[in-house]
Write a protein that binds this ligand. Sequence first.
Ligand code: 7TS
Length: 415
Amino acid sequence: MTAEALVHSVLDSLAVRSDFPALQQTVRGGKRLVYLDNAATSQKPRAVIDAVQKFYERDNGSVHRGVYELSERATAVYEGARKKIARFLNAKDAREIVLLRGTSEAINLVAYTYGRKNVRAGDEILITEMEHHSNIVPWQMLCEATGAVLKVAPITDAGEVDLQAFEKLLSAKTKIVSAVYVSNSLGTVNPIAQMSALAHAAGAVMIVDGAQAAPHFLVDVQAIGADFFAFSPHKMYGPSGIGALYGRYELLDAMPPFLGGGHMISNVTFAKTTYAKPPAKFEAGTPNMEGAAGLAAAIDYVQALGIDAIDAHEQLLLKYATDALAKVAGLRIIGTAARKVGVVSFVLDGVHPHDVGSILDRHGVCVRAGHHCTQPVMERFKVPATTRASFGVYNTMEDVDALVEGLAAVRKVFS
Ligand code: 7TS
């Protein structure tokens, strides 16, 4: 079987592509749109767009509060999405799912509430060198507020966490370990269950930044031992502005609230306010209801394709792209871990990644060029930035070929 036929045998990516209205357009004067920036945000299938529109056309009403039919429907959509996420991530209970804006807000919530309650001066928080800024800055803010110390587990030249060093950095002082499941700039899939087990053995809680995991393979928050797990559905064909924090119920229940306001209370008087139980305690204000409708449709969409088929499809693309890019003169791939998702970061001798990105854009190829909000990773590999291609369900080998052809054009400009 040819490689092209093999890709189509696990997922019919051309049929999948036709589900995405945005991918039907041409760009830059008639060029086929080759969208390879899925790690930043994915395009949306018709089913998700329709679910958002249907919510506005039929079900929009005040969630949780109203006594009329539209409000009941809005509440059913919103709470239905919560249940769907709980099943998707294999949480024990839907009350363990807090609906927020996304991964950044989820990690900030944990740092602010769990962190300020449980972390004292001299305690330690352990992260890794491959974290997104969203999983660095909230911990630095917590350390500033409490006098705790941030420790960083180094990564190897291949872009894998140095597990021995990680283990050595754990001690009775470690109160929190927070690590990325999948690196957005390197593509590395971390041995997160093993890291959780080590964190727990040291008596720390384990927070998993799952932004780049859930779109690509089956996630089971219980199996990986996550105490908290952050999720951004806009990277998984869902709407932006909605996301989730999974937290073990006992932990959520013992945490103080984050934002104050409507819905998060049990009773308010000027003398004393008592708070609602989780997840309501962390959901002040009118939430993103239409986003919840779209998010539920996105989960249905990936489950209908089959998450294992998605994984297999992206692995084939990753291999095809890695082999093809390795043959490009002067190109070096940054991130060569044994286990990766469909993310390829690279640098091209003598050409700044921003120039690579701009020239590729002229050919209709959308990639990300920059530090990908992982400046310490750039420092680790001694590069100012990388060009990153990241794959999704609708990408094909033709897309990879377009990338490689675009790179030949870059080379011509800079020769
Ligand atoms: N963590 C990881 C690993 C990420 O890749 C991102 C976003 C975030 C956290 C933040 O997610 P948000 O939904 O709250 O924004 N990563 C990227 C990226 O790679 N390019 O643009 C955003």
